[in-house]
Design a protein around this ligand. Structure first.
Ligand code: GDP
Length: 521
């Protein structure tokens, strides 16, 4: 019998992996894909990092610095579930991209290096997840190496993240003696991930897998963990108050199967999404989606632009028409794409929870809503006020028009933000991290043959301004004309020399709201 829409939707698990660089995100992603048969050999994801063949010229930066700049999605099936992993850039200079990606997931795996505990990026990313109450599964990685005391790590998660922990498994052995996981509630044991879990008669029954001097400690720890740790409460997990904890070694194939089973069993199916006029439920008949990421020139042979859209409800069928909320125009979805590790395929159907790539020539922007006709707009894809503002200096002044077009495109993709001053002076670009400027420079040169450099601007801070009283806002914009610019959507921003003058002006104009985050709408 054909699968109903509700059944198809409930099988979806859409998640991201959050981690401090080096904790093992790439290795874990690779192992998850391996489980799902999405890749044949471990090493494909890794190879992405070292690949000699250029996907596009600007990715040279990524290769040279060994960082992952692009966000992409990878889909695989396992145990009758469809998993969509949304990859996020590891480097904090691309944090805005990561935050937007997190708006498109229903759950996250938090990878912690067992020797290091909670690191700064983990904390930051966790906070973003908390803002949206995204349920988090914790994976303590690198148990095959020297690690910190397990209870200490759990305490640290509880304290630093204010998150209750519920260890589901306990590591059997540490470092060299690490040989598997022990399921606290069920007395099941699993060695390497290829093995099925087997039920044993208590921790004593597996202690002989360990060197003699570690056996008693293991049995004691399991007993203590059972007594002292909280039992897993799925509701608390779904609300973002509790995290189930797993231990393993992504590199040595331990604990990954426990983790993927947890995603299948505990992680939520596609969540409801808040739109301006109502909340949209995932199993509704009609298709709705929003764009959280634009990526250009993924394939150097086709100068294409892919909009990554998270489907929020219903079913997307190839060839269907969708209404683009921003313009009210119809858009034909003739070639939506799915991504399996390094390959992409045309998708005939996709369901709520899935992420599809929609090729387009600039029609779609970050934050865009697509529907089957209903006039609604999803809320909550954030735009962060840039930390760095620069003017772009062109070496060949004859190419000013071309530069303007190129900057507009880069801004639409979310590579940089673009602000056009009201007084007609040259545009200002804004970025959250300095590496984004490098990407801009590289791409302008490689894709548009526009060699540029950057100049300091007299501004260093910018805020979106709004006011309940439209006349008041207009007055402010007129009076401050020399310090006002428009963003890509034509919304006004106030540019300030420094945070001191920003504070001064916001005190002088209390009715004007100055926002550091703008939600696309
Ligand atoms: P990412 O920066 O979070 O994507 O981290 P990677 O997956 O690239 O891993 C960083 C380094 O840690 C690499 O050298 C991996 O081989 C290594 N690594 C990852 N997982 C494990 C593990 O479970 N055990 C050990 N010993 N090393 C690991």
């Amino acid at each position: 019998m054909a699968e109903t829409l509700a059944e198809a939707v409930s099988r979806r698990r859409t998640f991201a992996i959050i981690a401090h660089p080096d904790a093992g995100k790439t290795t874990l992603t690779e192992k998850l894909l391996l489980f799902g048969g999405a890749i044949q050999l471990a090493g494909e994801v890794k190879a992405k990092k070292d690949r000699i063949q250029t996907r596009s010229d600007w990715m040279k930066i990524e290769r040279e610095r060994g960082i992952s700049v692009v966000t992409s999605v990878m889909t695989f099936e396992y145990a009758d579930k469809v998993f969509n992993i949304l990859d996020t850039p590891g480097h904090e200079d691309f944090a805005d991209d990561t935050y937007r990606t997190l708006t498109a997931v229903d759950a996250a795996i938090m990878v912690i290096d067992a020797a290091k505990g909670i690191e700064p990026r983990t904390l930051k990313l966790f906070e973003v997840c908390r803002m949206r109450d995204i349920p988090i599964i914790t994976f303590i990685n690198k148990m095959d190496r020297e690690s910190r005391d397990i209870f200490e790590i759990l305490d640290e998660v509880e304290e630093k993240l204010a998150l209750d922990t519920a260890p589901i498994t306990w590591p059997i052995g540490r470092s060299k003696s690490f040989c598997g996981s022990y399921q606290l509630a069920t007395n099941k044991v699993r060695g390497p991930d290829s093995e099925e879990a087997v039920t044993v008669n208590g921790p004593q029954a597996v202690a002989d897998r360990l060197p003699e001097n570690e056996r008693a400690a293991f049995v004691d720890e399991v007993e203590l963990a059972r007594e002292a740790c909280r039992p897993f409460d799925r509701q608390a997990f779904l609300e973002g108050h509790m995290t189930p904890v797993f231990f393993g070694s992504a590199l040595r194939n331990f604990g990954v199967r426990d983790l993927i089973n947890a995603l299948a069993d505990f992680a939520p199916p596609p969540r409801d999404q808040v739109a301006d006029i109502r909340t949209v439920h995932a199993a509704e008949e009609k298709m709705t989606a929003f764009v959280f990421k634009i990526q250009a020139n993924m394939d150097p042979n086709h100068r294409d632009r892919i909009a990554f859209a998270r489907i929020c409800s219903g079913k997307l069928e190839r060839g269907m028409k969708a209404r683009l909320a921003r313009t009210g125009k119809q858009l034909g979805l003739t070639a939506p794409q799915f991504f399996f590790a390094s390959q992409r395929h045309i998708a005939d159907t996709a369901f709520a929870g899935d992420v599809v790539g929609i090729p387009n020539h600039g029609t779609l922007r970050i934050g865009d809503t697509l529907t089957e006709g209903e006039n609604l707009v999803f809320q909550g894809v954030p735009n962060f006020s840039p930390e760095i503002l620069r003017r772009v200096r062109l070496e060949d002044a004859m190419k000013a028009k071309k530069l303007k077009e190129a900057l507009q495109q880069m801004a639409e993709e979310g590579v940089v933000q673009l602000f056009s001053p009201e007084d007609g002076s040259p545009a200002i670009v804004g970025v959250v991290g300095a590496l984004q400027l490098d990407v801009l420079k590289e791409r302008l040169s490689a894709e548009y043959s526009l060699p540029v450099s950057f100049e300091m601007s007299r501004f260093s801070v910018c805020r979106w301004v709004s006011c309940d009283d439209k006349a008041e806002l207009e007055k402010f914009v007129t009076v401050k004309r020399g310090d006002i610019a428009r963003d890509l959507d034509g919304d006004p921003v106030f540019l300030a020399q420094d945070s001191f003058s920003l504070r001064y002006e916001s005190e002088r104009y209390p009715a004007i709201k100055m926002a550091a985050i703008k939600e696309y709408h």
